[in-house]
Design a protein. Structure first.
Length: 114
């Protein structure tokens, strides 16, 4: 199982970024996918979930209305579109899937300047 995040970067407050997580080594279309983030000095927190077929999504209250999770099962990729970014969105963003155990990517850094 391999999860590889990309798309992070440096952006000003109010800007947008689109993160991608490319998956391999398992039946991607069979499993829910999640995004998490970890700010400096804080615990990792859940951001969003999308079900296996992409028809159901859930978001943390802190990102609801600003972030959109989506997936392309033909490309084995899950996305996180992040709009209206705030400095408190700064952190390392990880994708995760679970079957038997949790599998994490290596993360991608997002920095939002004030």
């Amino acid at each position: 199982v391999q999860l590889v995040e990309s798309g992070g970067g440096y952006v000003q407050t109010g800007g947008s970024l689109r993160l991608s997580c490319a998956a391999s080594g398992f039946s991607f279309s069979s499993y829910n996918m999640k995004w998490y983030r970890q700010a400096p000095g804080k615990e990792r927190e859940w951001v969003a979930t999308i079900n296996a077929y992409g028809g159901r999504t859930n978001y943390a209250d802190s990102v609801k209305g600003r972030f959109t999770i989506s997936r392309d099962n033909a490309k084995n990729t899950v996305y996180l579109q992040m709009n209206s970014l705030k400095p408190e969105d700064t952190g390392v963003y990880y994708c995760k899937t679970s079957f038997g155990k949790d599998y994490w990517g290596q993360g991608t850094q997002v920095t939002v300047s004030s």
